[in-house]
Write a protein that binds this ligand. Structure first.
Ligand code: GLC
Length: 643
């Protein structure tokens, strides 16, 4: 094989010798990963690899000096994102920034830092098609910014302003599909064969029908089916999501090269984390659900190798909302271990948090979370109470059966509970995408709406308000106490309820996920700050305290895995973290009654009882003669001795 560097050298012409040398060193380190990722995916992996390396060299040569320094800094502390002091936050720019623009986001830095935020995910902001555009997930141009938010220069300026404050910017990379209005799709519609080959286009229904035998419905309600007829194409185009979101054909190496170039373009603007949207869907195979195919991981490995060569400060974050057995592959298993995404959403944890709160029982969570295979110690889970999407009840039938539950019935119960129809439910969620064929009913709603605060406040029911506040803080204690990067959703820090006016914005009226994407209300923020005893004040100060406590607790470094275990009290979940510093046990009471975990159980796990310290309360835990006690919805972060 020729030296792969030969493909890169022309782009490096004129760079200082040390820069060229560094590129060569990185190529030597990552070329084998790049090639291995492409092998088995593309017929000529070496040719594709050389093409990507040439793109990497161009991006490297164009990379601003301060980002070269950042690359060096991150290479010296590759675990920066795994550290307990890293908390994330996610928001829509126009709903978060005081003046609705990218530049205005800088005015929120103080607020973010008060919550320990070191990582900010701004929701899709690259130029989308006109509404409807799925909240920006239908991108028309990856190289420009939505004009109402600002320009590409504003984006780069914000990224560096955030970085000065210790906050890394995360953006979405929508790589499964583009808008029907994207230049590639327009060229395809105009009859350009090269661009037609960027998409999956079929002349008739024969193949779409064959695929649909095994394809699940993603949006059964507003976009049934996975193919759309397009008159311009005179054919059927693959559209997993909406008819105007055209799936790219990743088996075409041109698509990979285009997207790799977009990755490098964004990295050179100072974007540090790329959220690989809907990554599970990018490879299609007849007779399967067309999700989680092995090629997905090969392609991710190639993208990672390219960024490690040209812009190694860049992290990849997989958005794969799939079952636990499939999910762990996104952080790398087998030959991909440590070679794919650095971060991935822990959807399973999020689902179990809500399942426990509804059932007041930690048994299923311990079973399901305990069964998640280990992930590489160089990666981290994104943990979250909820995000901008709906909650789908990803509860495995076998896990449910193991604790005596019927999976289908439990999922139905959760949908009833969180849409508020189950007798005694505290929640006020909305049903999203009911699917009569499968019985699935996903749920929209803010944390405050789902945890019962919205209802309790409307009812003027003081004790129920207290319970709801405690539930919100418990859910966050669990997510911040898991180890990983906990991401807070904007508005949840002031306990915002569902947005009653969510339908009013054009293009939103059919999609009730907008109910839980509220604007961050300055008056609500000021009120929460000024009155720490109010419900929103308790939530805000409680979250700040959790983040500050977490930052000091080395045991929460993400390189150490969390083990969920049942405790003798079914209402209390145990989470063990076997850190070299010593054992940490998180205990979480998911009920509105007192709970207790006996001493014998704690010592059986290996915890020294003499000097027990609860980091959350900052002292010894409350106890009786034989057990550590947990108040209703109480959480304990125990170590012994105190660190
Ligand atoms: C991801 C996004 C979701 C969007 C979908 C299609 O799942 O999180 O909001 O609808 O991708 O792009």
């Amino acid at each position: 094989m020729d030296d792969p560097l030969a493909a890169a050298l022309p782009a490096l012409d004129g760079l200082a010798p040390h820069r060229v040398e560094l590129f060569a060193l990185r190529t030597r380190r990552w070329w084998p990963d790049l090639l291995a990722g492409l092998t088995g995916v593309y017929p000529d992996p070496e040719a594709v690899g050389r093409r990507l390396l040439a793109l990497a060299a161009q991006a490297y040569a164009a990379r601003p000096d301060d980002l070269h320094v950042l690359d060096l800094q991150r290479s010296l502390e590759p675990d920066w994102f795994q550290r307990p002091e890293v908390v994330g936050y996610a928001a829509y720019t126009e709903r978060f920034s005081p003046d609705g623009t990218l530049a205005g986001v800088a005015d929120r830095v103080g607020h973010l830092r008060s919550l320990g935020v070191r990582y900010l995910h701004l929701m899709p902001l690259l130029e989308p098609r006109p509404v409807p555009n799925d909240g920006g997930y239908a991108v028309a141009d990856y190289r420009s910014v939505r004009p109402d938010l600002g320009t590409v220069d504003d984006l780069a300026a914000l990224a560096s302003r955030l970085r000065e404050s210790g906050i890394s910017l995360c953006l979405d990379l929508v790589l499964n599909h583009v808008a029907r209005e994207h230049a590639w799709a327009r060229a395809a519609r105009a009859g350009d064969e090269r661009y037609r080959a960027y998409f999956h286009v079929f002349p008739d229904r024969e193949q779409p029908d064959a695929y649909e035998q095994t394809l699940p419905e993603v949006f059964p309600d507003f976009a049934p089916g996975s193919f759309s007829h397009d008159a311009d194409l005179d054919g059927w185009v693959w559209t997993t999501f909406n008819t105007w979101q055209w799936d790219l054909d990743w088996s075409n190496p041109d698509v990979l090269a285009e997207m790799a170039d977009v990755v490098l373009f964004l990295a050179n603007l100072g974007v540090e984390v790329l959220r690989l949207d809907a990554i599970a869907f990018i490879w299609k195979r007849l007779g399967t659900a067309c999700q989680n195919q092995p090629e997905v991981h090969g392609i991710t490995q190639a993208l990672k190798a390219v960024t490690r060569i040209a812009a190694p400060a860049t992290l990849l974050k997989a958005e794969a909302i799939v079952g636990p057995g499939d999910l762990v592959h996104y952080l790398g298993q087998g030959r991909h271990a440590g070679r794919v995404s650095d971060l991935a959403y822990h959807n399973g944890l999020m689902v179990q948090v809500w399942s426990m709160l509804a059932s007041r029982d930690a048994g299923l969570a311990a079973e399901a979370l305990g069964a998640v295979p280990p992930v590489p110690s160089t990666t981290a889970w994104i943990t979250y109470v909820r995000c901008h999407d709906d909650i789908g009840w990803a509860i495995d039938d076998a896990d449910a059966a193991a604790v005596g539950l019927n999976g289908f019935d439990h999922r139905s119960f959760l949908s009833d509970f969180y849409s508020g129809t189950h007798p005694g439910s505290f929640a006020q969620g909305l049903v999203f995408q009911a699917n009569p064929a499968t019985g699935d009913r996903r749920i929209s709603g803010t944390t405050a709406a789902l945890a019962g605060l919205q209802r309790a406040q409307a009812d003027g029911d003081g004790p129920a308000v207290d319970d709801a506040v405690a539930r919100i803080l418990l859910a966050h204690a669990l997510v911040l106490g898991w180890g990983g990067v906990p991401v807070l959703w904007s508005g949840d820090e002031v306990a915002a309820g569902n947005d009653p006016r969510w339908r009013e914005q054009p293009g939103h009226d059919e999609d009730n996920r907008w109910a839980h994407r509220p604007r961050l209300d300055d008056a609500a923020l000021a009120a929460a700050q000024d009155d720490p005893a109010s419900p929103s004040g308790q939530v805000l100060s409680g979250l700040r305290r959790l983040a500050a406590t977490r930052a000091r607790l080395e045991h929460l470094h993400a390189s150490v895995a969390s083990e969920a275990v049942p405790t003798p009290d079914r209402g209390v979940l145990g989470v063990l973290r076997r850190h070299p510093l010593g054992l940490m046990i998180g205990l979480y009471n998911v009920t509105e009654t007192w709970g207790g975990v006996p001493d014998w159980w704690l010592s059986e796990q290996g915890l020294e009882l003499d000097d027990l310290h609860d980091h959350l309360a900052g002292g010894p835990p409350g106890r009786d003669e034989h057990a550590v006690l947990l108040p209703p919805y109480g959480a304990l972060w125990l170590t012994a001795p105190p660190t």
